[in-house]
Ligand binder design. Structure first.
Ligand code: ATP
Length: 439
């Protein structure tokens, strides 16, 4: 017999079906046994009349919660049953995997242990309905990302993660042994997505792993994360990049709201607000003034960057003034930006770049890139880089590389803000941090 998903049972009233899932609750009564069984689509009550088969009733009595079961039975319409108004009358039971008891914690129990403990037992933690929904949302979001890209002539690429030269600053770089020499784990697909511009692909995107040897313990950093990157040819400035990114995000939010909005409200008590276009834009210099006026003291060592508290404060300002959850902070000083960002033609101290802050959290850095090889070389030297290791990259700009711009976004950060979570450890399948390599 083919397996039926629990959400589809209503189409099978009166029929014998097979379901497969986890035992969430067992109520063993005098004459009847009730099992609440869960699969990824829903839950259903399964009923068994003990008098039907004493041996089977005894076996059911020994079942532990979270055991993996295969059950056959007849679907009956039963309006008094709270779960979906139907019930499955059990005919046969196969115990595929009996859960040991006690479990480290019960994903559907009354108390939820601390996050760190749940991370030790992440596969049990992932059984909670919040987590299943989160990854269903992520699936829809990634689908929408690709859908937008396909509708807008983007090509998907997968760039190497073992690299011979760092694309960002030498800090936060993982070094690996590569036969008889050193290699690095890619800190971003930056150089290679730009290579795709030199290759004439015009518009590319990548969803892939990014590695950062960042030793800090924050609620928004991981040593490995999934980056979503775009690069677009023929842009004239970062404004063109922002214009695409905001349309793209609007599309993603709309899809997630259409598919999961109601369930997100129910499970996370959170409303998906599709961001209206255009998102507000504020130049960095103005952001600093606004923060000052609001009495927010930026740390002295920031070199033109803003800290997480500043990000939250500017988000609060934008919410009050524009009733918007997103803000592009534009035109960053060169001190806070890498060598490959293009500089303003009439202000060489400013880059044509932006960060996108969503609900007070940075989720993206984007920029118009410098595509003129001589200027690019000069900027690299100014930043103290040696040209030899990045010569292969500088070569990309020698034979007809169009002007271009792009951005990088952290997938788990997007999920955090989308669902109102306050720790990135909750929005990634498995967290990787300085002290976390297992499971
Ligand atoms: P931050 O200032 O928060 O450390 P960053 O400026 O180093 O971030 P970028 O190098 O611009 O970040 O990377 C682009 C995007 O990738 C960020 O906006 C963020 O969404 C995501 N990201 C960066 N570093 C991490 C990290 N360690 N863990 C998770 N996501 C990250």
């Amino acid at each position: 017999m083919e397996r039926t998903f629990i959400a589809d049972l209503r189409q099978h009233i009166g029929e014998e079906v097979k379901i497969q899932g986890w035992l969430q609750v067992l109520r063993d009564q005098k004459k009847m046994q009730f099992l609440v069984v869960r699969d990824t689509t829903s839950t259903v009550q399964v009923a068994f009349w003990k008098g039907n088969d004493a041996a089977l009733a005894e076996q059911i009595s020994t079942l532990t919660t979270e055991s993996a079961l295969t059950i056959t039975g007849t679907v009956v319409d039963n309006p008094v049953v709270k779960l979906g108004g139907l019930e499955l009358q059990l005919a046969s039971l196969e115990v595929n995997n009996l859960a040991e008891s006690p479990m480290p914690f019960e994903p559907y129990g009354d108390t939820l242990p601390q996050l760190d403990f749940r991370m030790d037992w992440r596969y049990l933690d992932l059984r909670r309905k919040e987590n299943l929904l989160l990854f269903q949302v992520q699936t829809t979001a990634e689908f929408a990302m690709r859908e937008f890209c396909q509708q807008n002539r983007f090509v998907e690429i997968h760039t190497p993660k073992i690299v011979g030269a760092p694309s960002e600053s030498g800090a936060e770089l993982f070094t690996i042994e590569y036969f008889d020499r050193k290699a690095y784990l890619a800190q971003s697909p930056q150089f290679y997505k730009q290579m795709a511009m030199a290759a004439g692909f015009e518009r590319v995107f990548e969803i892939g792993p990014v590695f950062r040897a960042d030793p800090s313990f924050t609620s928004r950093h991981m040593t490995e994360f999934t980056g979503v990157d775009m690069e677009i040819s023929w842009t004239q400035s970062h404004e063109d990049v922002m214009a695409i990114q905001e349309r793209w995000l609007n599309h993603i939010y709309q899809r997630v709201k259409d598919v999961h909005g109601e369930q997100i409200r129910e499970v996370f008590n959170h409303e998906i607000v599709v961001p209206t276009l255009p998102f507000p834009r504020i130049p960095m210099a103005e952001v600093i003034q606004i923060l000052k006026q609001r009495g927010y003291q930026l740390p002295a060592d920031k070199k033109g960057d803003i800290d997480p508290g500043g990000e939250r404060e500017i988000a609060a300002y934008v919410k009050e003034k524009y009733n918007h959850d997103f803000v592009f902070v534009t035109d960053w000083p060169i001190t806070a930006r890498p060598f490959y960002h293009m500089r303003h033609p009439n202000n060489p101290n400013l880059t044509m770049s932006y960060d996108l802050i969503a609900n007070g959290l940075e989720i993206t850095t984007g920029a118009q890139r410098e595509h003129r090889p001589e200027i690019l070389k000069k900027q690299a030297l100014e930043k103290g880089l040696h040209l030899e290791p990045i010569q292969f990259y500088l070569d990309f700009f020698r034979f007809g590389c169009p002007p271009h711009g792009g951005f990088g976004l952290g997938l788990s950060r997007l999920l955090m803000v989308m669902l109102g979570l306050n720790n990135i450890r909750e929005s990634v399948f498995l967290f990787r941090g300085p002290t976390r390599l297992i499971p």
